[in-house]
Every structure is written in C-alpha cells, then in structure tokens.
Design a binder for this molecule. Structure first.
Ligand code: UD1
Length: 353
C-alpha cells in the first residue's frame, strides 16, 4: 500500500510524527510538505525533534491570502499526486493545506482519508470551519478522533465513511512525556511561576482593538505570562503599533520547538490560548486552561472541567484557572495513545473496498 501524507502547518507535523512511525513499518509512506509554514521554528524543528524524515517534496507555497495560498497548493500538488499515484492521500486537520490537497486528490480520482475528521465549531467566521466541513465531505474515509466528532459526521450523513480512531496527538504526547521523563501526575511536577500563553487565530489578531484587549488582560494577571509569539502575532502587533515594552508583565518569546513546548506546558500553573492542539495537550497534562474564543471543537476539555471559554478579561481568566485546579476530573475522551496504529489498520482494511 502506498500512502501520501500532505502537511503544511505546525500542528500537522506533530500529528504526522506518530502516523509516519506506524505507517512506514508496513506501507510505502511519502510526505508532501506544502510549505504553508516555512520558518525554522514553525517547521524544520518539528521534523528534527520528532524524528520525521525530510519530506519527499516541498511545494514551497509560502504565505498568501486564503484563496491564493489554497490555489497555489492545488496547482503545485496536482502533478506530484499524479506521479505518485498513491492508494491513499492522507490529509490532516483543518488548514488551507488540508482542503487544497483533498480537493485536488478527489479530482484526480485518488482516495482521500481525513485525519481529525468531524470536528465542528459551528462558527462560519472561522476559515478552519470551512476547511473541515468541505474536507470531510470530499473524503472517502473520515478518521474521527472522538465520539463527538463521530456524531457530527453522522448528522451530516457521513456515518458510513467514518471510523473512530482516537487522537494521534495523545500518541505523540505520551511518547514525548516518557522520553523527557515528565511525571504524569501534576502534583509530582515542579510548577513554574509564570502562566503560559499563545495567541494566533485570525479572529483574535486581525483587529487592533481585540488584540489590544487580549494583551491588556494577559498583562493584568496575578502572575507573569510567557507569551509564545506566532509570526502572525508579531506581524499584527507591529502593524497596529502595539509595542511589547508596554506590557511589562508579559515575556514575549519565540515559538517553541515541540519538546520544549511540552516541557514548558507541563510546568505551567495555567494556560491561556486560542490554539486547538494546546487545549488538548494541556488537558492531557492536567494544566488548567482558558481558551480565548467563543466556542471550541474540543468540548470534552470543557465538560471535564479543565478548560473554559472566556472573554479577554483578567479577573475572569484568573478565576477559572484557580477553580479548575480544584474541580476538574480525569477522563480519556481522546483515546489511550494507540491511535496511529488504528489509523494504519483502517487504511489497510479500506484500501481495497
Ligand atoms: C494556520 C492554520 C490554523 C492553524 C495554524 C497553526 C489555516 C487557515 N490556518 O494558521 O488553523 O491553527 O496554522 O499555526 O490554514 N508566517 C510566517 N512564517 C511561517 C508561517 C506563517 O511568518 O512559517 C506568518 C505569515 O505572515 C502569514 C501568517 O503568519 O501570513 C499566517 O500564516 P498562515 O499559515 O497563513 O496561517 P496561521 O495563522 O499560521
């Protein structure tokens, strides 16, 4: 069996690592990097740290508007996929790289499997929501991480193409925790003085008012905040003349490579974020989290009490981070770390159908 994984943005490299480790044992696994993310800290460091081989091909599309980026990926990936002729094109998550690859593949009559299928925010203002819905409907196989995702797919008439496989991010996080000897129980870990924060989503960074409110809220928390600055955040702060030195309680640092990120998160007293992946990683590490959004696709983190949606308001953020540390309960909605082998099994079973 030949599988081509298409990745392009940071969270996809994390998901690719356990999938490559399993798939390459039994199948011919090729990797296409679209080049959507290209900075070393957003891309190469993940391949090196997570033991992923260099991509077979890098399309080097770079940054552009949504339509231009998606279009460039489609145009450049078409000849590659035609040449490779895989049994499966495997796409990940909800980025422009995901939808571009899925759409190109189905038009070439290649079979598409979507990993992390069925997530919904029901917020049509998010570019990722369109990418997810359209990719699921184009795909031959929807690989769902949670029971909630399965229900969403069934409601949209896609139940017959759906398989529950768990979340591959659990696989990679468990492997990393054991490699770095990070204690599973939070009470056995040394907790650092500063909260950890990340902000990168379009809806939080594209207006100077919204971004200013978020920075003010972070700057007014009771502890210092280490803010990992995604390139979009730095670019937007500069364009809105929001100057780092005006936020004396915030330490602005570069995005972290994966192993350092896991280390920092494991020791954080709390996380404030708008990232999807980090909400889950914090949940798995039992780190209380406030998500600066109006909804989340990872509803289980909220149901179990580890995560809350909040306005950019310091007192509300702080209240929840304290509350969660006392009241949250344990649960395993994302599986137990064997998701990549289940993905491999389903791809084999379905390849000849
Ligand atoms: C993309 C995904 C988002 C995911 C995120 C993870 C889409 C629609 N969004 O958002 O779902 O959560 O990746 O990070 O696909 N830039 C650089 N260097 C890089 C990459 C980006 O400087 O290596 C800058 C560019 O100015 C670019 C901006 O960041 O315009 C945004 O990058 P882009 O890939 O378009 O979207 P993300 O915000 O990263």
């Amino acid at each position: 069996m030949k599988v081509v994984s298409v990745v392009g943005a940071r969270p996809q490299f994390v998901k690719l690592a356990p999938v490559h480790a399993e798939l390459s044992k039994v199948a011919d696994h090729l990797i296409i990097h679209t080049g959507q993310h290209y900075d070393r800290l957003m891309s190469d460091s993940f391949f090196a740290d997570l033991g992923i081989p260099s991509p077979t091909t890098n399309l080097e599309v770079g940054s552009a508007t949504h339509a231009a980026q998606t279009g460039r990926i489609m145009e450049t990936i078409e000849p590659e996929l035609s040449r490779m002729k895989p049994d499966w094109v495997l796409v990940y998550g909800d980025t422009n790289s995901t939808i571009a690859a899925a759409l190109t593949a189905v038009k070439l009559n290649l079979r598409v499997a979507h990993l992390e299928a069925g997530l919904r925010s029901f917020n049509r203002m998010m570019p990722e929501e369109h990418n997810r819905v359209l990719t699921d409907h184009a795909s031959d196989l929807c690989l769902a991480p949670t029971a909630t995702a399965v229900k969403n797919l069934e409601r949209e008439g896609l139940g017959h193409r759906t398989h529950l496989v768990g979340d591959v991010m659990v696989d990679v996080l468990h492997q990393t925790m054991s490699k770095l000897e990070i204690r599973v129980k939070r009470s056995d870990r040394t907790i650092s003085p500063s909260y950890l924060a990340t902000i990168h989503r379009q809806e939080n960074t594209d207006s100077s008012e919204r971004l200013g409110q978020i920075l003010e809220a972070l700057n007014s928390l009771s502890r210092r905040v280490t803010l990992l600055t995604h390139p979009r955040l730095s670019a937007k702060m500069e364009s809105f003349s929001l100057v780092q030195s005006n936020y004396g309680q915030i330490d602005f640092i570069d995005p972290l490579p994966y192993l350092e990120l896991v280390t920092a998160l494991a020791s954080a007293p709390g996380l404030v974020t708008d990232s999807g992946g980090l909400q889950k990683e914090a949940f798995l590490l039992h780190v209380p989290t406030v998500t600066l959004r109006t909804e989340t696709e990872w509803v289980e983190t909220i149901e179990l009490g580890w995560n809350a949606l909040a306005e950019a308001h310091a007192a509300k953020i702080e209240d929840f981070l304290h509350l969660a540390a006392d009241n949250a309960v344990e649960g395993f909605p994302y599986g137990h770390g064997d998701s990549a082998s289940r993905v491999t099994q389903v791809l084999f079973e379905q390849a000849n159908r």
